[in-house]
Design a protein around this ligand. Structure first.
Ligand code: HEM
Length: 174
């Protein structure tokens, strides 16, 4: 067991992607509930949910960004992959900053039970930037192929195992 497995996940089962699912999902909930409050559907409850989802999203961002940063450190500087991954990082840092601003300036809306227009516009800007960052993150994986093993004929049981065969053989010096 390598130490990097704890921070970056296992070969074929990296840590960053599942964490991004939780983070993006939570910001999606915030954006939908903010809309529900703005248009008057369950205004009070939706306003509380919007703000709480922003806070949970910001908390989830910490391990998500740390695992992404651990991946980014392994990339050779100045390469096309590095440029795409660095653009992804900048987009995600910007999105996080926007969500943080929305939570800070929107706290009074949470307290009086209605999302104000300003904080919601900032939430939407954050969500747009998050989507752009997700697109770039997808390019890192699905265009550049980072962390993809591409073992097309790997038997299903080994594919689901924590360490697929080629990595195991390399570790055992086969
Ligand atoms: C809110 C924070 C972040 C979110 C939501 C996020 C989201 C994503 C997504 C959606 C992908 C594509 C994975 C897939 O489609 O399965 C990805 C990949 C990646 N991200 Fe992030 N990211 C975040 C922060 C960061 C940061 C701060 C860095 C670098 C400092 C980073 C570096 C990477 C790298 C290197 C990959 C490709 C390798 C991998 O998926 O493990 N990410 N990210």
């Amino acid at each position: 067991m390598k130490l990097s497995y704890l921070i970056r996940g296992l070969p074929g089962h990296p840590l960053h992607p599942p964490l991004t699912d939780a983070t993006i999902g939570t910001y999606t909930v915030a954006t939908v509930l903010g809309f529900a409050s703005i248009v008057g559907i369950a205004e009070k409850g939706a306003a509380a949910g919007w703000w709480l989802a922003l806070i949970v999203g910001l908390i989830l961002t910490v391990p998500t960004a740390l695992s992404g940063f651990a991946e980014w450190l392994t990339i050779e500087w100045g390469t096309p992959l590095w440029r795409t991954a660095t653009s992804h990082m900048l987009a995600m840092v910007t999105a996080t900053t926007l969500f943080l601003i929305a939570a800070l300036i929107g706290h009074s809306g949470y307290k009086h039970g209605a999302v104000d227009a300003g904080p919601y516009v900032v939430t939407l800007l954050g969500y747009g930037t998050l989507t752009l960052g997700g697109w770039l993150g997808g390019a890192v994986v699905f265009v550049h192929g980072m962390r993809v093993l591409n073992l097309v004929t790997e038997p299903a049981t080994r594919a689901a195992s924590p360490v697929p065969k080629p990595e195991k053989e390399a570790a055992e010096g086969a």
